[in-house]
Design a protein around this ligand. Sequence first.
Ligand code: NAD
Length: 360
Amino acid sequence: MLIGIPKEIKTMENRVSMTPGAVETLVRRGHAVIVEKGAGLGSGLSDDEYVAAGARMVSADEAWAAEMVIKVKEPIASEYKYLRDDLLLFTYLHLAADKKLTDALLKAGTTGIAYETVQLPDGSLPLLTPMSEVAGRMAAQEGALHLEKPKGGRGILLGGVPGVAPANVMVMGGGVVGTNAAKIAAGMGARVTIFDVNHARLQYLDDIFGSRVTTITSTEPNIRAAVTQADLVVGAVLIPGAKAPNLITRGMLSTMKEGSVIVDVAVDQGGCVETIKPTTHTDPTYVVDGVVHYGVANMPGAVPRTSTFALVNQTLPYALLLADKGLDALGVNNSLKLGLNTMKGRLTCAAVGEAFGIDT
Ligand code: NAD
């Protein structure tokens, strides 16, 4: 199959959908890969590395003319002109939040397979997990940074020093983001408490972390008591398909320490802190009632090289299957079939259909 890798053109997007190593794997399997010139530069991957891996460097128009186009972000308006009925597009689509793109894909008859709806039998989302891992680890790092005085924080070191107590870190939600945030915060020496409503998850976290973290059932009284002692709060809650619940209310802020920090990773689902709003890497924080709020909605964007490799590790097996078998791959892999969002002008993903009131 002829596979195209366009350069990402969405603002501040520096990831690329295939690394040279992944290209080499596809080429060895007998596929041809064309990569837009400069596509990997944002992730520190040169055109020469792609050529050495067997790719041909081309223009955007040529890359988009391939049989299958693999991307990172959903096509933006200036890319709609490339959509066509014999195109297989494999990328993050997030259609429920983007009616214009949905209409463009349906009008063009493009087959769109969305990373975010590929689902394993246990319900997990393997192509979202790597970005949650990155964001979770970054949350502890960003929290530590913003606790520094010049950044507006309380001026404390997350891990303390001999003779001085470390910071108290509250992690709201012990899923992928929360577990990764807890791991780094505990690794830096902080006192970490994870809150979750899922008891089986708390048992698992208790087993893997042992005495390095405390687990607490996420109830309003437990949160209200703990928040007064917190130096850093990480928001990492997810209720699939719903807005995140407001676990930290506006009223609780006034009970928090001056200069404490909230990193609400769940901001992309509305956040689990009542006062959180989306921010950007260029201006990541603001202060409410003396509490520093960090609400960057695309945290992995700050570490594009790590994020690119993490994403491609997970997408490559599916890309190989699609390249080898074309759409027959959907018949042999149900997880991939769940990724199918649009085909021949029809919406094929129930959750997206529900968002727009369209039958699938
Ligand atoms: P996940 O499903 O792995 O974990 C969510 C956890 O929240 C689960 O363990 C669940 O039991 C728990 N939970 C649900 N209700 C709760 C409550 N009331 N109190 C405490 N815990 C509760 O999800 P994830 O992959 O860890 O993602 C978490 C959030 O981070 C999502 O909103 C995701 O979109 C977001 N995210 C943001 C970025 C970013 O750059 N800002 C990047 C990746 C992921």
